[in-house]
Design a protein. Structure first.
Length: 239
């Protein structure tokens, strides 16, 4: 399958295109199927004309154009066509010197305005003080600790290497904080995952953006903290 140079189109421009040109025509121009083109539009929350739209338009009948919804959380401003999963950034041109670079679009809203808008949009979550209502990621960690605990308690020689990970008050507090955050993220359409038996880093998929979430803290040992406190949620960094 031949790859073409990736093309980026703003959501607003693509919205105007799909309501003035049939999807089949636009898909052929970008070298993909009309199903793939429509799927990409749906992923970016761009409404498409309903069945019978073009027939009504040709007959001179009045048609209704569904307005463009607001961009969802974690979704880019531009829609990309022309690259595959094997070549995410598209094929590079042979002569980079002749490549015409378009200036980036300015942001219409300030960061403060965006933050205020998102604060109103994010749905609140009521979370219990214990882990009775655990997020699936947290529940999986707790369930994995059960056989470790049973083996540890049944052993005549108890090694800390075999001890359960999350029995200490420190770990329970860490899990409660993460659980509250994960439940809020899930309610706002973000998927949370983890890796490792006792992870300190978790991952959330927000729209098309990957977010790394860390909760690192040093417990107090013998009345003194082993190193300066670092208890915090890692600043969200979009990949």
């Amino acid at each position: 399958m031949a790859l073409t140079m990736q093309t980026n189109i703003s959501r607003e421009t693509l919205y105007e295109l799909v309501w003035t040109t049939p999807v089949r025509t636009l898909a052929a121009q970008h070298g993909i199927s009309d199903v793939a083109f429509a799927k990409t539009c749906k992923q970016h929350n761009i409404p498409l004309p309903p069945r019978g739209h073009w027939a009504k338009l040709e007959a001179g009948k009045k048609v209704y154009r569904q307005p463009l919804p607001e961009r969802a959380l974690g979704m880019p401003r531009d829609v990309a066509f022309g690259a595959s999963k094997w070549n995410y950034y598209g094929s590079a041109p042979r002569n980079l010197v002749e490549l015409e670079l378009t200036p980036p679009q300015p942001f219409v809203e300030t960061l403060g305005e965006v933050r205020a808008k998102l604060t109103k949009r994010v749905k609140k979550v009521a979370v219990s003080r214990d882990l009775s209502m655990a997020h699936p990621v947290i529940r999986k960690l707790l369930e994995a600790d059960i056989p470790r605990r049973e083996k540890y308690l049944a052993s005549t020689y108890r090694s800390l290497y075999d001890a359960p990970f999350f029995d200490s008050p420190f770990e329970q507090r860490r899990l409660r904080a993460l659980n509250a955050l994960f439940l809020c993220l899930e309610k706002n359409d973000a998927r949370v995952t983890s890796s490792g038996k006792n992870p300190e880093e978790f991952y959330a998929r927000v729209g098309l953006s990957d977010v790394s979430i860390g909760a690192v803290e040093e417990p107090i040992v013998g009345g003194a903290m082993r190193k300066p406190p670092t208890s915090q949620f890692q600043k969200l960094s979009f990949a």
